[in-house]
Write a protein that binds this ligand. Sequence first.
Ligand code: ASP
Length: 424
Amino acid sequence: MSKKHWYSWYFEFNLLYRILIGLGVGVVLGLVFKEKILVIAPFGDIFVRLLKMIMMPIILSTLIVGASSVSPANLGKVGIRVIVFYLLTSAVAVVIGLAMGAVFQPQTQLDNFVETAGRDAKAPTMAQTLLAMIPTSVAQVIVNESILAVIFFALIFGIGVSYLRVSENERLKRAGDILYTFFDGIAEVMMLIIKGIMQYAPFGVLALVSGVLATNGPKVMGALVTVTIACFIGYAVHIIAVYGGLVKFYGGLNLKRYFKDAKDPFITAFVTRSSNGTLPVSMEAADNLGVPKNIYSFSLPLGATINMDGTAIYQGVCATFIALSVWGHGFSGTQIGTIVITATLASIGTAGVPGAGAIMLLLVLDSVGLQVTAGSAVAGAYALFLGIDALLDMGRTALNVTGDLSCTTVVAKRLNQIDMTKWR
Ligand code: ASP
């Protein structure tokens, strides 16, 4: 048994509650002490800097691991279809998230705690954005934090690694395995570091939120409620329109029968907030729905790793809130395109564990010039979201696993590989 210290209670107390308390105390301190509370702003800055510190290594390692977990051997008829479905539904999810943001206009004017130069940068055209995805210097895009270009490189690199791993040539195969293990190791270390940083989150959130309240007043709390409602309505729309539509119209399957089994992983994901943790339940549901094991044993673990529709909706809503609140206007067409691409590709690197989507939100924001930097309104808004992340994460994880199961079932049906006797 580990030795008890005077501070042990802190680590034993549920982290979600600690962060929520941080949010609550931050609100009260901000309202009571007003501008004077800004003396504790550096404690918020510590948190922001820690998050920024891990962003690049996380993108590189998790995306390389995510892309290399798609074995070329599996890229047959089934594999390609599953991946295309995963990516398309995620892209639609981001659009729904952005649309929810536009409809609900979760907005409040947010000011920086400290003056920073220039608000929104001059927007590049869509062609420039797409071209800029292809880096001419890998080192440079990492240093400049050009998110899309780093994602592009990481995915290509990951695909390369996956080909090496199945090479007939022993030397190449070994090299591929070493690279995979190396980046997997980095990704695991980053996860550990995030866990450590999250232990500090209650203080970081407290300091940042008190700054937001001191600078902007209580009206921001109303906007936070709107964000939550917009996310959940977005989740519902996606389930009904996209999954319902796919299963019923594209798969020609009975919806009631589908949801009879799909509800188990949905509920499990809602309470565990982990796609990975829900995998056994999803597999059982797929089995009950007559999907053959050779399909779901590949597509569901892959989905838990790369398919995150709920997360994409959440990112769309949150990004819109921040843009409206900080810039005072929404996104340009190019920025919308950038967000759709970034959030879709970022979902490949989002781990199926609680809270991972909130970390990836950082890079979606970054890709359109909403940098989370010390003292910025963006950092304050981000802290507000983190304060209620448990709630938002429940809904998005439930959606993430339902997306995996829906795509898997529909692909199996379209390929005539589903056992329809289980649907009677
Ligand atoms: N918790 C989510 C999942 O496991 C990921 C996220 O935080 O968005 O699917």
